[in-house]
Design a protein around this ligand. Structure first.
Ligand code: ADP
Length: 226
């Protein structure tokens, strides 16, 4: 039986991982697991985990591994063996990458591809400053500077839009710093595993999507040595 692709979408905040994940999820018929959405879901329900995560998220810092790894891996390991998944926002440091690899080692195969979507810093700042998120489907939506967010609805499902608290200028600056300091080293980890593919993230959503599809188009492959 053909098995679903196991993908990680990797890149800086604002690279378009969430947008691409939504499209890929529909095209590839696989689950989408976003660590940021998991935390926002907990926060929306006022759980202790959500309240703890909020402190870090609003400052633009990573939520500690002791909290993050368990909640994400629990979701990943609940996916049936023959189904694929798209991970977005995880792993965000080398320790998380190692723990994911260990967890998947007990499965028939590890990750098929890690898709690195890169975008230059000025464009990231521009995008994050003008971004809103749908309360119901979590899809990111672009808003122009002079647009009234309350008058707009989600282009995907018509839901209510809101601006994330961590999309304020100070938190955005810190999130980008944290990405370069703590997250970027994960690329080296996946390069050595032979699963890394790179796609420029500065084109239109559709263009980036077709480049991602092309980059993963070779189909599932067993990562050497995993
Ligand atoms: P973005 O990619 O736009 O920065 P996310 O929704 O992926 O946004 O993440 C929002 C915040 O949630 C991060 O800034 C961080 O505080 C927290 N977070 C998400 N994923 C992780 C992770 N894997 N490890 C630690 N913290 C995380």
């Amino acid at each position: 039986m053909p098995q679903g692709l196991r993908l990680v979408l990797f890149g800086p905040p604002g690279a378009g991982k969430g947008t691409q994940a939504q499209l890929l999820k529909e095209r590839l018929k696989v689950c989408h697991i976003s660590s940021g959405d998991l935390f926002r879901h907990h926060l929306g329900h006022g759980t202790p985990l959500g309240l703890e995560a909020q402190e870090y998220m609003n400052r633009g810092e990573l939520v500690p591994d002791e909290v993050t790894i368990d909640i994400v891996l629990e979701k990943v390991m609940a996916i049936p063996e023959d189904e694929g998944f798209i991970l977005d926002g995880f792993p965000r440091n080398p320790n998380q990458a190692q723990e994911l690899e260990k967890a998947l080692a007990g499965r028939s195969r590890n990750l098929d591809k890690v898709v690195y979507i890169d975008v230059a810093q000025p464009e990231l700042l521009r995008r994050l400053g003008g971004r809103s998120v749908c309360r119901s489907c979590q899809a990111p939506n672009a808003i122009c500077e002079d647009e009234d967010i309350a008058a707009k609805t989600c282009g995907r499902c018509g839901g209510e839009l809101y601006q994330r608290e961590d999309d304020n200028p100070q938190a955005v600056k810190r999130r980008i710093e944290v990405y370069y300091e703590e997250t970027l080293p994960v690329l080296g980890f996946y390069r050595t595993r032979g699963v890394l593919v790179e796609v420029p993230g500065d084109g239109t959503v559709e263009k980036v999507n077709s480049q991602v599809m092309e980059a993963i188009g070779s189909g599932p492959c067993v990562a050497a040595g995993l």
